[in-house]
Design a protein around this ligand. Structure first.
Ligand SMILES: *[C@@H]1O[C@H](CO)[C@@H](O)[C@H](O)[C@H]1NC(C)=O
Ligand SMILES: *[C@@H]1O[C@H](CO)[C@@H](O)[C@H](O)[C@H]1NC(C)=O
Ligand SMILES: *[C@@H]1O[C@H](CO)[C@@H](O)[C@H](O)[C@H]1NC(C)=O
Ligand SMILES: *[C@@H]1O[C@H](CO)[C@@H](O)[C@H](O)[C@H]1NC(C)=O
Ligand SMILES: *[C@@H]1O[C@H](CO)[C@@H](O)[C@H](O)[C@H]1NC(C)=O
Ligand SMILES: *[C@@H]1O[C@H](CO)[C@@H](O)[C@H](O)[C@H]1NC(C)=O
Ligand SMILES: *[C@@H]1O[C@H](CO)[C@@H](O)[C@H](O)[C@H]1NC(C)=O
Length: 525
């Protein structure tokens, strides 16, 4: 890859680390337009009044913020669709990281800029934001499908289940002997990948990954080494969700790894995924060593422990008195993140219009024999209650604007028919040939314009996102303060980094409205 520009990045990691330490010591260099944080409303009152999917029995006074970060350098129709899907579903106003930045912060030149720009954002947040949640997504190939309240609920459920498995694996005695940072548990979720990419089986991120991911081999098709039949055992860094404090530790560890291992002569030296998956690989290698020590009650030789496989694998140095715990995990079941590469054959747009287990629930039938098992029997997937409730609330919000709103059981919902999840978002990894056709298939496509108007009204009213983890979630960033005077869609937009100010919809996406809303006559509701 582009050797000519590689030299430019050599040494920049070191520079950046200094820059970040400087930033950390002296605070973020912002004198202008601070990002508005919409907490100036009585959240308890708004929650009680809310028309969205809040379970009134679980209203919590504890309020946490949800941050949506999108590394993006400039606008195009794909970014506008990403922002539109986030906005209409009720996600926070996004912050673009690296917007029109130059040099080592220009993501169009190196993927590593993503790591640097997101770190600058994370470092700008005060300690009181440590337990906020951050969702970072690649801006040019992600489409949201389900609302943020359901996404956050799934985030907590997925990590709770994974942390319980870790507790069973290591035992409470060991876990309680460590600080919360060092104890094995899961708080950060990455998207899944069906092959280790960039592929280099010597790399720790390729061989030290967990082998038991809760899906049996063969579930995606005969275990024959074909990409599409593989289990999603590796990490994709295009979608990441976690708490601010742990995300800072993850990004700091990634920057350290870039500083230590950056080699401009190596292929993929500017792939953020390479460094992030290796940081995860080191965590998993350390977990494996600790687990073995707990059984062997003493020092062990790493060479006796490392998994078989690639004979030339690079084994990281092991220090028994350290942990490399960063609480990283992978969303193997795609409850949140569905990647495209190798998964086209397990993703279907299904209508949940059949009777489920009880007469009050809806379900859909799967008749395709993905596992190619001789005894395959068709089965039903129920529509999760929180998905039904949340999407129904969105549809109700446009009832005044459209002739007739559909029922949630008439919509086609993108579903992974192996893991049975109506995934949170689709991430177009791999072959992007069909990427442009996805937008028109989304359940919300016929209603993009009225949903957009309703979402902007909800944002102006400071409507919270929902309740999860016994906390009420609100958007970390809302519209520009002067947006109250602007009608409808044009009041929407995004914030550019911590210092770049407001990017209004017109400026960002005025040229791409046909791609977002469809041809004018088709979009009139
Ligand atoms: C917020 O609203 C709730 C419910 O209406 C009310 O009980 C509470 O006093 C309000 N708090 C403030 C600070 O206004
Ligand atoms: C609650 O809803 C009522 C009726 O729609 C409205 O008048 C009131 O302003 C709302 N209160 C809040 C805090 O949003
Ligand atoms: C860990 O052990 C090494 C020697 O094996 C020692 O140099 C280092 O100071 C120790 N670190 C801590 C945090 O105890
Ligand atoms: C569900 O929707 C499909 C596709 O529109 C239709 O063929 C089928 O008859 C529907 N089933 C029920 C039970 O309504
Ligand atoms: C479902 O509905 C059928 C027919 O109305 C009824 O016979 C059956 O008892 C119901 N089942 C449940 C679980 O409610
Ligand atoms: C499932 O697919 C495999 C391979 O195509 C085939 O051999 C098998 O008969 C199928 N099973 C059923 C029940 O359709
Ligand atoms: C609204 O405020 C933003 C900054 O918050 C500014 O960039 C923009 O020009 C303002 N727009 C209008 C119409 O005043």
């Amino acid at each position: 890859m582009q050797l000519t520009r590689r030299w430019q990045w050599a040494g920049l990691a070191g520079f950046l680390t200094v820059a970040i330490i400087t930033l950390f010591q002296y605070g973020p260099p912002i004198a202008r337009q601070p990002i508005s944080v919409s907490l100036d409303f009585n959240a308890t009152a708004v929650v009680a009044n809310s028309t969205i999917t809040l379970d009134s029995t679980k209203i919590s006074r504890e309020i946490s913020k949800f941050h949506l970060l999108i590394p993006a350098t400039g606008s195009n129709h794909q970014l506008c669709r990403t922002v539109a899907s986030a906005t209409i579903l009720g996600y926070p106003v996004p912050v673009f990281n690296g917007w029109r930045k130059e040099g080592d912060l220009d993501a169009s030149k190196t993927h590593l800029a993503k790591v640097r720009n997101v770190m600058i954002y994370l470092e700008s947040l005060p300690a009181s934001s440590d337990d906020d949640l951050v969702l970072m997504i690649d801006g040019l190939d992600v489409t949201f499908q389900i609302p943020p309240d359901v996404l956050i609920q799934r985030y907590f459920a997925t990590n709770k289940a994974a942390s319980a498995k870790l507790a069973a694996r290591f035992g409470n005695k060991y876990i309680e002997s460590l600080s919360p940072d060092d104890a094995p548990r899961q708080t950060i979720l990455f998207g899944p990948e069906k092959v280790c990419y960039p592929t280099d089986w010597a790399r720790v991120g390729c061989w030290a990954n967990p082998q038991n991911i809760g899906i049996p081999g063969g579930a995606f098709g005969p275990d024959d080494g074909q990409l599409s039949h593989n289990l999603p055992k590796w990490l994709n860094s295009g979608t990441i969700m976690g708490p601010v404090r742990d995300m800072r530790r993850l990004f700091a560890a990634t920057l350290d790894r870039i500083q230590d291992f950056y080699d401009p002569n190596q292929e993929f030296s500017d792939s953020d995924q390479k460094y992030m998956s290796d940081v995860w690989g080191v965590q998993e290698y350390y977990r494996l060593m600790k687990e073995t020590e707990l059984f062997f009650h003493g020092d062990i030789d790493p060479n006796d422990v490392v998994p078989l496989g690639e004979p030339n694998k690079v084994v990281p140095p092991y220090a028994r008195n350290q942990t490399k715990e960063l609480h990283i995990g992978v969303d193997y079941l795609s409850g949140l993140f569905q990647t495209n590469a190798g998964s086209e054959h397990v993703v279907e747009f299904l209508i949940y219009n059949e009777t489920g287990a009880s007469n009050t629930t809806s379900a859909t039938s799967v008749t395709r024999n993905v596992s190619e098992s001789p005894n395959f029997e068709p089965f039903k997937i129920p529509l999760p209650a929180n998905v039904a409730k949340s999407i129904t609330a969105l549809l109700k919000s446009i009832a005044p604007a459209v002739d007739a709103i559909p029922s949630v059981s008439e919509l086609r919902l993108g579903t992974n028919i192996v893991t049975n999840n109506i995934y949170g978002m689709y991430h177009w990894t791999g072959d992007k040939d069909n990427m442009d056709t996805l937008w028109g298939q989304m359940w919300f496509y016929p209603y993009v314009r009225p949903l957009f108007n309703a979402a902007v009204a909800a944002m102006k009213a400071g409507q919270p996102i929902g309740v999860a983890d016994e906390r009420t979630w609100v958007s970390a960033h809302s519209l520009a303060p002067n947006s109250t005077g602007i009608e409808g869609i044009r009041a929407a937009g995004a914030w550019a980094d911590i210092d770049g100010g407001w990017l209004g919809w017109e400026e960002l996406c005025g040229n791409f409205e046909v791609e977002v809303f469809g041809a004018p006559e088709a979009s009139e509701a």
